[in-house]
Design a protein around this ligand. Structure first.
Ligand SMILES: Nc1nc2c(ncn2[C@@H]2O[C@H](COP(=O)(O)OP(=O)(O)O)[C@@H](O)[C@H]2O)c(=O)[nH]1
Ligand SMILES: [Mg+2]
Length: 316
């Protein structure tokens, strides 16, 4: 049954893909098996991450990028990850409105994720959805995520090209430095360039980049001004993405990123398997006893953990 589903997804069938994603979301074991079978069909899509503060215009920009890519006859997958809002939340409803023009386009597949609904974390959920879209044959997968925590940083690591969006009316540049975003992003976008201050923010950012990212005069990440609401600057942004892709494929960076991504997914898989094993393999009573021992200081956390691991390793 799942082989048929695999075939249909590889053939690009939207309903089958949506069904699988729902299954993964529900933690259905069969869905994960199907996902495994899809894996050999993945690795072809080019993944672009779009990160930035809420309200910076990421969703609008993703919509505008999708339009430009469709004009170039590329198929597009969009993954919108919102770690804060529940499934029915305003952000995602808003995104739906912003993406409406693409909803009837067969060359575009859109999936919003509120991470609360997903078992096993953001990066895993994102990776699963990206794999499905990749297997469907989408040329480009755009992943939108709010750039705040470690999980989002991990999501950025799934991308081949990472775009960081800030706005003309914010002093984000300094905060970004603290978050280590400067080093992570391949392309910077100053969106809402229709507002005052865009050029100033661009100059400030370029100065910061020159000082911090490549003081030795290496490649300076480009800074692109956009007006996502009316599509201005979006063609240029796409050009920069191609340029980055080109430079990655010529200097071995693409392979390096693919390895990093595989490593990240491997770590995720090991961690979630272990978590599962622990939750299945350790019975409540013995865990309660260990907790009591910890509280009474009869045992250290490390020794208690060794005890649980020894229990898990026992042949059954
Ligand atoms: N003035 C202006 N507003 C924009 C621009 N791009 C997006 N917005 C608006 O900014 C708000 C937040 O946009 P959204 O795409 O939801 O941001 P996200 O939270 O980063 O995904 C919306 O009201 C957009 O219409 C722009 O280029 N100029
Ligand atoms: Mg958004």
């Amino acid at each position: 049954m799942s082989v048929e589903l695999v075939d249909r997804i590889v053939a690009g069938d939207v309903r089958s893909a949506a069904r699988l994603m729902r299954g993964i979301e529900d933690g259905d074991a069969g869905a994960f098996e199907t996902l495994e079978k899809l894996y050999p069909h993945t690795g072809r899509a080019y993944i672009v991450g779009v990160t930035g503060a809420p309200g910076s215009g990421k969703s609008t920009l993703v919509g505008a990028l999708t339009s430009v890519l469709r004009q170039k006859r590329m198929t597009v997958g969009v993954v919108a990850i919102d770690p804060t809002s529940p499934l029915t939340g305003g952000a995602i409803l808003g995104d739906r409105v912003r993406m409406q023009q693409h909803c009837t386009d067969e060359g575009v597949f859109i999936r919003s994720v509120a991470t609360r609904g997903w078992l096993g974390g953001l990066a895993r959920a994102a990776a699963a959805i990206i794999h499905v879209m990749d297997a469907m044959g989408k040329d480009i997968v755009l992943v939108e995520t709010v750039g705040i925590g470690q999980q989002e940083v991990d999501v950025t690591r799934l991308a081949c090209t990472s775009i960081f969006v800030l706005t003309a009316d914010s002093g984000d540049a300094i905060q970004m430095m603290k978050a280590g975003i400067l080093e992570m992003a391949d392309i910077f976008v100053i969106n809402k360039a229709d507002l005052d201050g865009a050029l100033l923010v661009k100059k400030e950012l370029q100065a910061t980049l020159t000082m911090n990212v490549c003081p030795a005069g290496g490649r300076l990440p480009p800074v692109v001004l956009t007006e996502a609401v009316n599509g201005r600057g979006v063609e240029e942004l796409v050009e920069e993405v191609w340029r980055h892709r080109q430079s990655l494929s010529s200097d071995g960076g693409l392979q390096k990123r693919k390895h990093e991504r595989a490593r990240l997914e491997l770590t995720e898989a090991v961690e979630s398997s272990l978590r599962e094993l622990v939750s299945l393999g350790v019975d409540g009573t013995s865990q309660d006893e260990l907790v009591e021992d910890l509280v009474q200081r009869r045992i250290s956390p490390r020794a208690a953990a060794s005890h649980i691991i020894a229990q898990l390793m026992k042949p059954r």
